[in-house]
Design a protein around this ligand. Structure first.
Ligand code: 5GP
Ligand code: ZN
Length: 138
């Protein structure tokens, strides 16, 4: 299914031009217009899914192998030593375009710090309660 007012539906299906690095019948991978680093790319499914929780099984099964393939190509073609796979779900998590997509962010030696957080200190009782809450909702 596609969503009429969704910009990533239009890009993924070629109605809006993009710098495309990979395309098949299910996905288009494009260069991000606001790159976090040189080579930052986005994998977009051609069908509209809001986020990870909305994804269909076949798309879910294929997207990580595709991320690995493109990440390998980044390591071969750019001078990057690694890459981050980032995927935001929900406004509070930083999602700004509500069509599922996966960020592939090449990382360079001495490049900027990103996708990091200051580790907190776990309280064992709180871990137990939080773990139980999530388990009970599975
Ligand atoms: P999110 O914050 O939803 O995880 O990521 C949205 C990403 O899409 C951002 O990195 C942003 O730079 C990128 N983006 C937004 N609009 C466009 C667009 O029209 N074309 C391309 N290539 N990237 C876009
Ligand atoms: Zn869409």
């Amino acid at each position: 299914m596609r969503k009429d007012d969704c910009i990533f539906c239009k890009i993924a299906n070629g109605e809006i031009p993009s710098e495309t690095i990979y395309e098949d019948d299910m996905f288009r991978t494009i260069m991000d217009l606001g790159p976090a680093s040189k080579g930052h790319a986005l994998i977009l499914p051609k069908q509209h899914y809001r986020d990870l929780c909305d994804l269909d099984r076949e798309t879910a099964e294929k997207v990580l192998p595709l991320a690995a393939k493109i990440g390998e190509a980044m390591k071969k073609s750019l001078d990057c030593k690694g890459f981050n796979v980032v995927q935001n779900n929900g406004k509070e998590a930083g999602q700004t375009v509500f069509h599922y997509h996966v960020h592939l962010i090449p990382r360079y030696e001495d490049g900027p710090d990103m996708v990091s957080w200051a580790p907190g200190k776990a309280d064992p009782e709180e871990l137990k309660q939080t773990g139980a809450a999530i388990r009970s909702a599975l």
